[in-house]
Design a protein around this ligand. Structure first.
Ligand SMILES: *Cc1c(COP(=O)(O)O)cnc(C)c1O
Length: 382
């Protein structure tokens, strides 16, 4: 244990291609409303096979826009998973509608589909799902429930670039999917997001709403500066600088995803059989393809109190880890104070016991061996 190479949990891979692309934009006259964001959208649409792709300033902005476009507000309810990033709930809350939390299933951490129907009321308008750690939710079952109650389905795809179910990319299994390009996600634009969807009129609507509700896009104005505003909207656009980075990242996606998969499989093989935790499974088969965001290990109950110590020891040995997510969303103070303490034992157990291990494309085979060796060592010393 002498070598001390630092292995971060996540690291954006920005190369000379991205830098060159940014410089090119900065040297030109168009910083917003230009060809880069359009090209990025086209490239993302091609990759996911999406009929429509709309670039936005973040995943959160994308989800908020969708609910805003659907006219959600006070008196409406949206089913939201407890085990997710707070953004999944905030996007609902920002419209004035109420997120109704559903617990996670213990096997994958995805929303417990069996518990959804009991949470549906006459006010429910939509179901939001998150493909937790990149493992696709069983969207056949979600669609059946949505059809039965005429609900909109929004997929939070912040961790699921490259993940598919029944051969369909996540985000196209429900009615809309929102992606994040925050630095530690599968690809990055620094900040940024993308909405993909099948419905043309909804796509057009969010294009208007992401730019103040202005009725004419930049290129369509006959007289510069002449436009009308037909609805209330936001400024949730992506700049040309961000989009230029995204275009270059798209070219690297296949390599990134392949590397994540290899790293996950290698780490799984080295860690299986070790005592003290179980690995959250990431099924790899033809119907359910994971995007391998990270590897979640769940500590045995007697080791849960030792999580800070385990993570600190790994850190001192150069291994970066993380927690996804630190508390179930309904247990975050804002939601607890507003809606009271809700029971979600599975999400709570995952939040309390998970350590997220890195499998990103910044790591090679040797790094994966190092991670495994150091984990074995730390657990053997407990
Ligand atoms: C990171 C993340 C988000 C937030 O994405 P932004 O692009 O930062 O808005 C939303 N949902 C999930 C599940 C995430 O992991």
């Amino acid at each position: 244990m002498t070598e001390k190479k630092h292995i971060p949990f996540g690291k954006p891979l920005i190369g000379k291609e991205e830098k060159k692309a940014v410089e090119k934009v900065l040297s030109g006259p168009i910083l917003v409303h230009g060809p880069e964001s359009e090209n990025f959208e086209n490239s993302f649409a091609t990759f996911t096979k999406a009929p429509h792709a709309v670039s936005v300033s973040s995943c959160t902005a994308g989800m908020h826009l969708i609910y805003h476009a659907l006219g959600f507000g006070q008196g409406d309810e949206v089913i939201v998973p407890s085990q997710t990033h707070v953004a999944t709930a905030h996007a609902v809350e920002l419209t004035g509608a109420r997120p109704v939390f559903v617990d996670a299933e213990s096997t994958t951490g995805n929303i417990d589909i069996a518990a959804i129907e009991a949470a549906i009321t006459s006010k429910t308008r939509a179901i939001a799902v998150v493909h937790y750690l990149g493992v696709p939710v069983n969207m056949d079952q979600i669609s059946n429930i949505a059809k039965k109650y005429s609900l909109f389905v929004l997929e939070d795809c912040a961790l699921s670039v490259g993940a598919s179910f029944n051969g369909i990319h996540t985000g196209l299994l429900g009615d809309a999917g929102c992606f994040s390009f925050y630095p530690v996600k599968h690809i990055t634009t620094a900040e940024g997001g993308m909405v993909i969807l099948k419905d043309k009129s909804l796509a057009e609507k969010i294009r208007l709403l992401k730019a103040f509700g202005v009725n004419r896009s930049h290129g369509e104005r006959k007289i510069p500066g002449e436009y009308d505003v037909t609805s209330l909207g936001y400024n949730y656009r992506m700049s040309e600088i961000h989009a230029a980075i995204g275009i270059e990242q798209m070219k690297k996606i296949p390599t990134f995803l392949q590397k994540r998969k290899e790293n996950f499989i290698a780490l799984e093989a080295s860690l299986s059989g070790l005592d003290g935790f179980r690995i959250l499974p990431q099924p790899i088969n033809e119907t359910r393809i994971s995007s391998h965001y990270c590897m979640g290990i769940l500590l045995e109950s007697k080791l849960i109190d030792k999580r800070p110590e385990i993570m600190n020891r790994l850190k001192s040995m150069g291994i970066g880890t993380s927690i996804y997510y630190p508390h179930p969303v309904p247990h975050m103070s804002y939601y607890k104070e507003k809606y009271g303490a809700l029971q979600c034992p599975n999400a709570e157990l995952i939040s309390n016991s998970i350590i997220a291990l890195p499998v990103g494309p910044h790591l090679n085979n040797l790094d994966m061996e190092t991670i495994a060796k150091r984990i074995c060592y730390v657990f053997s010393e407990l």
